[in-house]
Write a protein that binds this ligand. Sequence first.
Ligand code: SF4
Ligand code: SF4
Length: 212
Amino acid sequence: MADNDTDPDRQGGFFADLLAPVAGFGVSFSTIFRKVDTEQYPEDKRPTPPRWHGRHQLNRHPDGLEKCIGCELCAWACPADAIYVEGADNDDRPIAAGGTGRYSPGERYGSVYQINYLRCILCGFCIEACPTRALTMTNLYEMADDNRADLIYEKHQLIAPLSEGMVAAPHPMVEGMQERDYYQGKVTTATPEQRQYAEQREEGGPAHDRHR
Ligand code: SF4
Ligand code: SF4
């Protein structure tokens, strides 16, 4: 142990030694007179930065079809193993023939999609891995809950709400359009044929909505 009288770091002189015991209070006293910066949350919610990493969202094309193709790349990219995806084939058979419908352009769609927010660290690796920009992050951060099960978000909680011009999947692609046309921005809204299909599906009952 170093001797206080010989330790060069402790040699401050008579007045320094005298004031040393009260020097620490300087920080306390200076803080007392500072303006208090208390957040009035939840009454007063501050807007987050624009690129905030908040709750995820599964996006749609402008006609309402889903952008997720069930490829699972997001799940593979996740360092916390927080994402679970099951893909399925789109079914173009008519409703009357037992067809379950089309949820995305192309071959496959995400039939099961879960994010476990007990594991997720909101790093954003998953949205970087997504090849279709189906998965993005929102500015929502209020996800606290009182049980574990409710913090596993299912597809129906993550899918984007319908905007103007969209019709909820399943329904066919816009007539004459290929999958790539969707990514080239050639589809801008749902067509009357797609709306008609959706109405028929509604009449067909909830069996056709089993993946929602
Ligand atoms: S934000 Fe990060 S931790 Fe959360 S699901 Fe995506 S990759 Fe996983
Ligand atoms: S969200 Fe993107 S990466 Fe994940 S399964 Fe869907 S298309 Fe693939």
